[in-house]
Design a protein around this ligand. Structure first.
Ligand SMILES: Cc1cc2nc3c(=O)[nH]c(=O)nc-3n(C[C@H](O)[C@H](O)[C@H](O)COP(=O)(O)O)c2cc1C
Length: 203
């Protein structure tokens, strides 16, 4: 399926077929694709906590405002944003140095700029964590669509509860849940959007 079709056909699913599983190999590949989303400085300041067992999904449901699609879906992914990207940037860029894409001097320069941008700047850190996690979440949803699955992004959850339940770190925030699985009957199609002219400005 080409990218236009993936974008046109994706919708936020409310009903998942709880009888149909998605194997770990498939889920792992979707998550690998999600890591290909861009992030500022290539800091990759997000990670994924996958609730795929019945037990883990039920633990998640306790904090999901009663949205039982988190258990009906084959898996629900907590997309976690990481604060303090400057602190881990050197390590995040090391594979790029090893592959010869950038050299060590540029790596050090980027760390320097990231330090200036994020150190002691909680708003910048939070914004970046949400940006990076959101781009990965969207990539994950498109990858799921490409695999013939459906998904639903969710912000209707208790962030403090999810943070505690899944042992997230002090420098981490649960940005979004993404439920993934096979569709059941009764889903709305993708909702109509405002006319493009209402949201588009050419300068
Ligand atoms: C950040 C974000 C949070 C959302 N949270 C929820 C949610 O908690 N529960 C839900 O059923 N849908 C949730 N949605 C889905 C939206 O309602 C949906 O994307 C929107 O209505 C457009 O529908 P469509 O994706 O099918 O076109 C969320 C979407 C986004 C982007």
């Amino acid at each position: 399926m080409d990218i236009d079709a993936l974008i046109e056909q994706r919708y936020s699913a409310n009903h998942f077929d709880a009888t149909r599983h998605v194997d770990d190999v498939t889920l792992t590949e979707l998550l690998r694709l999600a890591t290909l989303a861009p992030s500022a400085f290539n800091a990759q300041n997000r990670r994924f906590v996958v609730a795929s067992s019945v037990k883990a999904k039920e633990r998640l449901l306790r904090h999901a405002n009663g949205q039982d699609k988190v258990v009906h879906a084959a898996a629900t992914v907590v997309v976690v944003g990481r604060l303090a990207p400057h602190a881990t940037l050197a390590a995040a860029l090391q594979p790029s140095v090893d592959a010869g894409v950038i050299d060590a001097d540029l790596q050090a320069t980027l760390v320097h700029y990231a330090d200036a941008m994020y150190r002691d700047q909680p708003q910048n850190q939070r914004d970046e964590a949400i940006r990076s996690a959101s781009l990965s979440a969207m990539t994950l949803m498109l990858a799921a669509q490409g695999a013939g699955l459906v998904s639903c992004p969710m912000i209707g959850f208790d962030a403090a509860g999810v943070h505690r339940e899944f042992g997230l770190g002090n420098d981490e925030i649960p940005v979004m849940l993404v439920a993934i699985g096979h569709a059941a009957a009764g889903n709305w199609p993708q909702k109509p959007r405002l006319p493009l002219a209402d949201v588009l400005a050419w300068q």
